[in-house]
Design a protein around this ligand. Structure first.
Ligand SMILES: *[C@@H]1O[C@H](CO)[C@@H](O)[C@H](O)[C@H]1NC(C)=O
Ligand SMILES: *[C@@H]1O[C@H](CO)[C@@H](O)[C@H](O)[C@H]1NC(C)=O
Ligand SMILES: *[C@@H]1O[C@H](CO)[C@@H](O)[C@H](O)[C@H]1NC(C)=O
Ligand SMILES: *[C@@H]1O[C@H](CO)[C@@H](O)[C@H](O)[C@H]1NC(C)=O
Ligand SMILES: *[C@@H]1O[C@H](CO)[C@@H](O)[C@H](O)[C@H]1NC(C)=O
Ligand SMILES: *[C@@H]1O[C@H](CO)[C@@H](O)[C@H](O)[C@H]1NC(C)=O
Ligand SMILES: *[C@@H]1O[C@H](CO)[C@@H](O)[C@H](O)[C@H]1NC(C)=O
Ligand SMILES: *[C@@H]1O[C@H](CO)[C@@H](O)[C@H](O)[C@H]1NC(C)=O
Ligand SMILES: *[C@@H]1O[C@H](CO)[C@@H](O)[C@H](O)[C@H]1NC(C)=O
Length: 457
């Protein structure tokens, strides 16, 4: 018992050490049904051999291994059941299977025994698959008539008449189609659903079908997708375009071109608008306007694009201005926007500056009055009262709003009749202030004012 184990072990070690080596280029070989399949095997050894034995076995899942054929030296001993199917040319260990059938699918085991100083043994396993090649797929688009963007759906089906183990791949413009919110596949991947279709789905679709032995791509199909109109714009052959305004010289004819992206092509209509009424003047993508025919200096137009499949429309309004002046003037008109903007800017700046100055003037002297008045003895008020002639002058202080009119020099305007202030407070601003308060005195107090003037001078 132990001796046997040791012998096996020895033989195994010897087999490795003495270099019997069986190799196969590939452990998996894909065959085509009905054709011959060749299973290449190489072996080599470095020991004197008195005999070479090669055995081929076949095993399928869940079945007993089957003997196919064997050889000693150069004589082959086939299994009589399979003798016409399997061929071997010893000492070449490669096996030829001809013809290949689906039932030939499974694992093929090759065992090589070398008889010399003891026996060396080695084996390999090759998995064989059998397939029918793929026939050219055909792609169909449903609905055939096409689908409206965001409304309709498109279903692409890939049909293959022959082939086994088919793997489907959808391609759009040569690149694989990915699953996303609007693209999905059937479990087999042989159907592509586009729900809903968009303009972006326009393209050349094809179906690539493959199996272990072949790969065939269908012809491209371009599903019909109705979309638009998008990007409507009006252009002219001459004249100047400023946004929606075209200027054209008097006497010139101008050709307008209306275009928008859509499928099928839009139908275009041109509409003139005047005094709240609109009327269609032309159908078609082009409109010629001769300036003589335009009664007014300006005319409003509308280009309307309509897609009769999507049922959507878009319109662009524009104005034609007829000018009798030269193009230079027109060009200036074109640039008139920026001077206008700068004038507006400067005006705004000036208004804000004046407001700020006004506010500053309003609060600065007011504070000065308050400060000065607080430190003034009551006798001075009385004096002021006397001079002003206003009975309630004392109570009036600090109540009135001060109004200053700055002149170019920036010094508050001082009426020429004002002399030094009666209260004797120095400071130009303050003098001005007191005077302005007195100005509110009604007309019948005029005499007192004269008196004040006399006093001052
Ligand atoms: C195989 O060939 C060798 C010599 O190459 C010979 O010694 C041996 O007897 C042969 N074996 C058989 C079974 O014919
Ligand atoms: C075995 O035979 C095939 C042709 O039947 C040949 O292509 C191959 O090279 C041979 N292999 C060896 C190891 O001689
Ligand atoms: C055969 O094997 C024996 C022992 O394993 C060894 O003594 C002998 O030299 C070997 N002969 C050859 C020819 O390798
Ligand atoms: C498109 O598919 C959606 C969702 O499956 C469905 O609600 C809709 O009716 C389909 N539209 C058309 C035009 O078949
Ligand atoms: C989905 O993927 C396709 C390309 O595989 C692309 O054309 C389409 O715009 C995508 N749709 C969305 C909603 O991302
Ligand atoms: C279908 O295609 C997707 C992506 O292209 C892939 O991940 C998936 O394995 C495929 N399914 C089958 C059954 O081929
Ligand atoms: C789709 O195929 C047509 C010709 O069959 C070709 O003219 C067109 O450029 C292709 N489109 C794209 C996006 O590859
Ligand atoms: C839609 O407009 C196209 C031209 O753009 C025209 O050939 C087609 O007959 C129109 N279809 C319908 C249903 O009006
Ligand atoms: C245009 O119509 C509006 C109301 O629809 C009206 O108020 C306006 O006066 C009309 N203008 C002219 C020029 O008729």
């Amino acid at each position: 018992m132990w001796l046997r184990v040791l012998t096996v072990l020895f033989l195994f070690v010897a087999g490795v050490c003495l270099g019997l080596k069986v190799t196969v280029p590939s452990h998996t070989v894909h065959g085509i049904r009905g054709q011959a399949l060749y299973l290449p095997v190489h072996y080599g050894f470095r020991t004197p051999a008195s005999g070479i034995q090669i055995i081929w076995l076949f095993e399928r899942l869940h079945t007993m291994p089957k003997y196919l054929l064997g050889s000693v030296n150069e004589s082959v001993v086939p299994d009589l059941e399979y003798q016409h199917k399997f061929t071997m040319m010893p000492p070449n260990a490669s096996l030829l299977i001809n013809p290949l059938q689906f039932t030939d699918e499974g694992n093929y085991i090759v065992k090589v025994n070398i008889q010399g100083n003891g026996t060396l043994s080695s084996s390999q396993k090759i998995q064989v698959t059998v397939d029918d090649p793929v026939m050219k797929p055909v792609v169909q688009s449903h609905p055939d008539s096409g689908a409206v963007e965001y409304v309709g759906n498109i279903t692409l089906t890939c049909q293959v008449k022959g082939g086994t183990r088919l793997v489907y791949q959808w391609r759009k413009n040569g690149k694989p189609v990915c699953i996303n919110s609007s693209h999905s596949f059937s479990p087999q991947n042989n159907t592509l659903w586009i729900v809903p279709v968009t303009k972006e789905d326009i393209g050349n679709y094809s179906c690539l079908v493959s199996n272990p032995v072949s790969e065939v791509e269908s012809d491209v199909i371009t599903p019909t997708i109705y979309y638009g109109p998008y990007g409507l714009q009006v252009n002219s052959d001459k004249g100047q375009k400023l946004g929606e305004v075209f200027t054209v010289d008097l006497g010139e004819a101008i050709l307008f071109d209306c275009s928008a992206d859509s499928y099928p092509p839009n139908t275009y209509s041109w509409i003139q608008r005047s005094d709240n009424t609109t009327y269609v003047i032309k159908h078609g993508p082009r409109l010629e306007v001769t300036s003589e025919n335009v009664a007014q200096k300006t005319a409003d137009y509308l280009c309307c694009a309509y897609n009769n499949m999507t049922g959507r429309r878009d319109e662009a309004r524009f104005t034609v201005v007829i000018t009798s002046v030269g193009l230079e003037k027109l060009a200036q008109k074109g640039k008139s926007l920026s001077p206008l903007a700068s004038i507006t800017g400067i005006s705004l700046f000036l208004i804000i500056s004046m407001c700020l100055l006004f506010l500053w003037k309003k609060y600065q002297p007011y504070k000065a009055i308050r400060q000065k008045l607080e430190g003034r003895p009551e006798s001075e008020y009385r004096k002021a009262q006397t001079f002003s002639g206003h009975e309630d002058a004392l109570g009036d202080f600090g109540i009135y709003e001060f109004v200053a009119f700055p002149d170019a020099s920036g010094i508050p305007r001082m009426p020429n009749r004002s002399g030094p202030a009666p209260d004797g407070v120095t400071g130009q601003d303050f003098h001005g202030t007191v005077y302005e308060v007195i100005q509110h005195i009604p007309a019948q107090q005029q005499d007192n004012n004269t008196m004040e003037r006399r006093e001052s001078s």
